[in-house]
Design a protein around this ligand. Structure first.
Ligand code: AP5
Ligand code: MG
Length: 206
């Protein structure tokens, strides 16, 4: 089964995806892009300029990156991809069938407060929160002992641009998948483990 985790920036896609990693191959478009940035190649530098401002990579380019990283994989969990209708169509053209789309719904004011306190592992990409989901040891990843950092695109003005772009480019995917009858909505304004249980119920249904 292939699934998509859909939602605003900071809605908890990565957090929930991490909890599902034993069932799925976690394909986070953002993590793939940040891997390229870390390499410091000319391509990585170009990507960095785009993501630091909260803008989207071109559809064809991001799709080919995601397809390259998921080649030959089964049970893929797409996180942050597709992010435009064009990307969804490209996925279909590449014969990747999506079984369920989990839409995590969270109000904007919650997003701003979550992202202002997020910390991300520079090595494995794991996500923490200063108060809600803190690491066991300050500044250190629980899973790989990597260093935690604050993402450049978590600055308030960039978060506002990411939300604006989400509303324009990504929100239409909700109706797109609803019409295909594969959209499942979860309330993302609950505790992390409660949302996880809600998602598991959806994945086990029918
Ligand atoms: P990406 O890394 O995917 O960023 P995003 O979609 O903006 O989402 P985030 O990773 O910021 O949030 P999340 O929903 O994963 O939330 P998280 O679990 O971390 O993409 C980055 C950039 O890459 C894009 O802006 C774009 O430039 C580019 N890009 C990526 N994909 C692309 C595509 N397909 N096409 C073109 N360009 C693309 O949680 C956030 C915080 O909240 C954490 O601190 C967490 O601990 C906390 N939290 C989580 N759940 C809860 C809860 N239930 N209660 C309280 N706190 C919670
Ligand atoms: Mg994420």
């Amino acid at each position: 089964m292939n699934i998509i985790i859909l939602g605003k920036p900071g809605s908890g896609k990565g957090t929930q995806a991490e909890l599902l990693e034993k069932h799925f191959f976690h394909a986070s478009a953002g993590d793939f892009i940040r891997e390229e940035v870390k390499k410091g190649t000319p391509l990585g530098k170009r990507y960095n300029k785009i993501i630091a401002n909260g803008n989207l990579l071109p559809d064809k380019e991001v799709t080919s990156l995601v397809l390259k990283k998921t080649k030959g994989r089964k049970n893929i969990m797409f996180d942050g991809f597709p992010r435009t209708i064009e990307q969804a169509i490209l996925l279909e053209k590449n014969h990747i069938k999506i079984d369920k789309v989990i839409y995590i719904k969270v109000p904007d004011k919650v997003i701003i407060s979550r992202l202002s306190k997020r910390m991300t592992c520079e090595k494995c990409g794991a996500v923490f929160h200063q108060t809600v989901n803190p690491p066991k040891k300050k500044g250190v990843c629980d899973f790989c002992k990597g260093k935690l950092y604050v993402r450049d695109d978590d600055k308030p003005n960039v978060v506002r641009n990411r939300l604006r772009i989400y509303n324009k480019e990504t929100k239409p995917l909700i109706d797109y998948y609803r019409r295909k009858k594969i959209l499942y909505e979860v309330d993302g304004n609950k505790e992390i483990k409660v949302i996880h249980r809600d998602i598991i119920k959806i994945l086990k249904s029918f």
